[in-house]
Write a new protein. Sequence first.
Length: 234
Amino acid sequence: MNDTLVPALELAQRNSMRLPNESAEYRHARTALLAEEIELRRHIERVAELRRALPPGGEVNGDYRFEGEQGPLDFAGLFGRHSTLVVYSYMFGPQRARPCPMCTSLLSAWDGEARDIGQRVALAVIARSPFERLLAFKRERGWQQLPLYADLNGAYSRDYYAIGPEGSDEPALNVFTRRDGVIRHFWSGEMDGSTADPGQDPRGAPDLMPLWTVLDMTPEGRGTDWYPKLDYAG
């Protein structure tokens, strides 16, 4: 990051946008907020730079087997033509009657982005339910692009924290690289309940869900007692 950046407040004060009938009080507060938003953008980029600079992670050599729409494949097969792979572990294990609504909300948004993501990196959504069950829900939900895979022996899910101590599903996000024929772990989302701040749900940063990004821009915010559902009455 360039150390000679213009101070955020100075940039905010250059902003010439004025909204109809706004008060001087509103504009003063909005300019202060804009400075914080600029700082947030810069901090997000600093964190991304640190993430990209991580040293090589552990080599991937487990007995990982999957089934997708094109049939069975191993871990290397998830990469396709790419050298980087993003894997989301979907909370839809065989013990569940229905999948996790929060995961489903996230993946519904990702379905619309999957083709774009696929231009840069490979994307895989892995769950422990039989593949026929995953495919049936994909059709029910109307997903068109999400690449779903069943973890056939559960080995990947166990090794990469998609199974809790009691055998329950856990959401997990992992990134892997393939360089010179060697597959390595690159990064995992490691923010959970143990790292959550008081009064907030555990979540990563930046937040993966567009839903929360939109709600964070509203006066109501995320709220404290509302979560996505698979269906809404009425």
